[in-house]
Design a protein around this ligand. Sequence first.
Ligand code: HEC
Ligand code: HEC
Length: 455
Amino acid sequence: MKNLFFLFLISLPLFAQDVRQDRHMEAVEAFKNLNFFYKGRGMAVSPDLIRLYDSMSKLGIGTSSNGPLYQRWGFVVQENKVRGLFNEPYEGMQVGVLGCVACHSGKAAGQFIVGIGNKNIDVGQIGSDAALAMGMWGKLPHENPKFKEMHERSLEFTKGLGSSKISNDTQGLVATSLIRSWFYKIQNIPLPADFKKGQVKVPHLWGYGEKRKTGSFWDGEGNGELGGWAIAVELYAGQTPENVREYYDSVHKAENYLGDFLSPNYPFKIDRVKAEAGNKIFTQSCQGCHGDHQRDFEGHPIFTSPKHIPLKVVKTDSERLDALTDQLYDLIETNPLNNVIQSVRRTEHGYVAPKLWGIWARFPYLHNASVPTVYDLLSSPELRPKKFSLRSAGERERFDEEKLGLTKVSTFDIISRRTYDTTRAGHSNQGHYYESFKTLTHENKIEIIEYLKTL
Ligand code: HEC
Ligand code: HEC
């Protein structure tokens, strides 16, 4: 009997162990270091250029909160280091490589969160500045015989990123045209004259294990059961389909652990009475599309697959969907990796109504980041801000606890790419305004916001 009791005692910590929290921590650590640089190819800049950055950052040059790494390129900089920028050795050279977390991590209300979209990342600006620097770098003498080939490939990659025809116009948006252009290039088909940029914000990744069953991406058009789409950026950057086949298993593994991410809890005070009232409104007005949000016995979210909502119902900006032409679908069907990169090819286009876990951190809202706060999203489109500044969007001082999202700043932003302007193509802030929203009072909106903070 005594023995049994002793056994019971020592096994208590085992039961108390928070398995999902542990798996989350492991997944975050692995993802932080993830990049798919392989056989000299991937999202790489010119060889040895990274040495320059290394010595600058050691001296703290450019890495301050007002420095260009953060303000101009939108990288998250911590302890003088850029998140998601790696220094990979290759054939006696050092290669600067972009990893997933350059885009798939960022700050909200001053907190660093892995698995959130980077609100300021500006690959267009990074590309054009890097191409300029690399042009000069390439003119200097380089002894390594492998230099030239790699240099030229990364020059093409960065020039493409920076090309105003297919790159983003605003910080925090990534042009999906970059990825789509690969399907044309690899099959030697010229880009159509009216090639749409389809700019979107970088999506959150928690819950992806279930989300992928509905379909990958904002439009749910990628077949998410296969892992191929996750390396589409690498292909665009000059990786070969043959190499991808060799490391495909590790991509699949990486995608699986994204399913272990947990959403970040709201870090400030929540008014529980209002949240309860908000919960009731949510059940009536929102749940039909967004579903319910249940927690397990440890208090962690139970992730479920989201619904896909036709454009004619949600009526948000259509550019991301206008890009889905029959020609594109044909090219996806015949692409050299078509066993792992496939589309769902729905008859009716639309957007996924995402699960709202951790929504407090995911502003600006909608797939194109066109609405700065939840309060604005619940208000008539005519009342939503037409322009807003993205300066330091993830910092504490830009966080609006009341309206949930970005604070308004009165000062004019001198950098146009850091200003979100809803008159730009693909930047419209219309839609997602339903009959049931029209009767919401100010107090109701505040209650819904308090409820959303609990997710
Ligand atoms: C240049 C920024 C950028 C980088 C780097 C990047 N991604 Fe993404 N990722 C995006 C954007 C933007 C989307 C949404 C595209 C869309 O909806 O059309 C996305 C979507 C995804 C999705 C689908 C999410 C969903 O909700 O359907 C997965 C999974 C993903 N990325 C994984 C990765 C992995 C793994 C890496 C590293 C190999 C990576 N990404 C690197 C920008 C990036
Ligand atoms: C008819 C279906 C529908 C209803 C009803 C609906 N939504 Fe949505 N919601 C969507 C879709 C679809 C999207 C994605 C649209 C897009 O990105 O363009 C979305 C997006 C959102 C987003 C932005 C998510 C992000 O990651 O940026 C929030 C916040 C949101 N909804 C909250 C609500 C709330 C709160 C209610 C109820 C008051 C509600 N929605 C009612 C379909 C709906």
